[in-house]
Ligand binder design. Structure first.
Ligand SMILES: [Zn+2]
Length: 169
């Protein structure tokens, strides 16, 4: 496994549409393994392939609702994911590893059901609520070249960020 560079806002690749994965081969497995390592090192909750410069429809999301699992075990790999149903609404803070230091208020569904394939091409369905639902939506948006800053109601001010960081300590 190897760490990959996370592309940042301003890099044109983040605005591009990703192509479906058609070969569930070693190259895909290496990409997913590298994305896992990169996400864990960055202490994020989700990562999409275009964020590491690969325009393929693959994302990983941490199911943070499952606190009994280790961070490594919380990672769900989604290849060619599609949201098949969404309901409810949540409005809260959102950030992105590709937009470091910026947080905005974004409204997302409270609950989503996602259909995807695993790294071997086997189809499965997964559900997410709360932060996990937010994360599914955020990562899938990356596959169509969208960043959360496009849909944020507003971006948090430096004072609000400071307050937020204070709370975390
Ligand atoms: Zn992101």
């Amino acid at each position: 496994m190897a760490m990959r560079n996370i592309r940042e806002d301003g890099d044109a690749i983040l605005l591009k549409h990703s192509r479906p994965v058609t070969d569930f081969n070693r190259r895909l497995h290496t990409l997913l393994d590298d994305m896992r390592e990169t996400l864990l090192a960055a202490d994020g909750v989700g990562l999409a392939a275009p964020q590491v410069g690969i325009l393929r429809r693959a994302v990983i999301v941490m199911d943070t609702n499952r606190e009994e699992l280790s961070p490594e075990e919380q990672i769900i790999e989604l290849v060619n994911p599609q949201i098949v149903s969404a309901d409810g609404e949540q409005t809260g803070q959102e950030g992105c590893l590709s937009v470091p230091g910026v947080y905005g208020i974004v409204t997302r569904p409270e609950h989503v059901v996602v259909k995807a394939q695993d790294r071997f091409g086997k189809p499965f369905t997964v559900e997410g609520t709360g932060l996990t639902a937010r994360c599914f939506c955020h990562e899938l948006d990356h596959l169509d070249g969208h960043l959360f800053t496009e849909i944020a109601q507003r971006i948090l001010t430096p004072e609000e960020l400071e307050e937020m960081n204070g709370e975390q300590e």
